[in-house]
Design a binder for this molecule. Structure first.
Ligand code: NAP
Length: 252
């Protein structure tokens, strides 16, 4: 492989790297040469399978359990990455969940758990990672937002708010840390074929897919390619952006 888009000698943490989009991101970053910490919460076997796949390709990887909605757990995760691989260059805040329902039926817990898992986790991991990256004067933070945060989806007030929150967070942090050579960007996928879609009402998904100019769901790898680009040295002059990878659904 040419050095273009190479991540050789980089160390990456991917939250929620055990399944779905996070799994594809972990594999792609490793494929480009990064050592990857595959974070998981409840799926140790799936995380270990990702690690084994990376090692089988000759790459470096390790899994680490942490509920990233908890600041102390996020601290342990980042410390594990630095202790295991000696550094931290790339943080991908990917862990996320949905608890879809109309607002009249939405419980306070439905709201809180989605904010904590999707948005507070982004704060938690970034806060800890930035401390290390500032000292090293290098960093790439990539937040996996969603087209739902840009356009809104009925039945997803909690999820859409958390995903819009990640975009605002991305812009503010990008301004804070730019002088230290740290870039912060968001990727906003459209509909991607992973387990998270299973909880979406089929009629809502069908209606939403009609809004996609490319007229299909994305493959998880198609999100991972965008993340790998933003993590590369070739993306050094891109910060504070939300890159839509959504088949043209939201043209901002
Ligand atoms: P998924 O297949 O359900 O996977 C979710 C991942 O997040 C799993 O690896 C899960 O790990 C992890 N996770 C959940 N809660 C966690 C926590 N508290 N701490 C650590 N890890 C946690 O979902 P996905 O579709 O790949 O979604 C990944 C990201 O993309 C999410 O942020 C989602 O909002 C975003 N996104 C997805 C789509 C889509 O259409 N699929 C579209 C736009 C944006 P465990 O299994 O180990 O708990």
């Amino acid at each position: 492989m040419s050095d273009l888009l190479s991540l050789k000698d980089r160390v990456a943490v991917v939250t929620g790297g055990s399944r779905g989009i996070g799994r594809a991101i972990a594999l792609e970053l490793a494929h480009r040469g990064a050592a990857v910490v595959v974070n998981f919460n409840k799926s140790p076997d799936a995380a270990e399978a990702v690690v084994n796949e990376i090692k089988a390709e000759g790459g470096k990887a390790a899994s680490f359990q942490a509920d990233v909605s908890n600041l102390l757990a996020a601290q342990s995760l980042i410390k594990f990455a630095v202790d295991t691989f000696g550094d931290l260059h790339i943080l991908v805040n990917n862990a996320g969940i949905t608890r879809d329902t109309l607002i009249m039926m939405m419980s306070e817990d439905d709201w809180d758990v989605v904010q904590n898992t999707n948005l507070k986790s982004t704060f938690n991991c970034s806060k800890v990672a930035v401390k290390h990256m500032m000292r090293k004067r290098y960093g790439r933070i990539i937040n996996i937002s969603s087209v739902a945060g840009q356009m809104g989806n009925p039945g997803q007030t909690n999820y859409s708010a958390s995903k819009a929150g990640q975009i605002g967070f991305t812009k503010a942090l990008a301004r804070e840390v730019a002088a230290r050579n740290i870039t912060v960007n968001a990727v906003a996928p459209g509909f991607v074929g992973t387990e998270i879609l299973a909880s979406m009402a089929p009629e809502v998904l069908e209606a939403a897919l009609k809004l996609v100019p490319l007229a299909r769901k994305a493959k998880p790898e198609e999100i991972a390619y965008a993340v790998a680009f933003l993590a590369s040295d070739q993306a050094a002059y891109i910060t504070g952006q939300a890159l839509g990878v959504d088949g043209g659904m939201a043209m901002m």
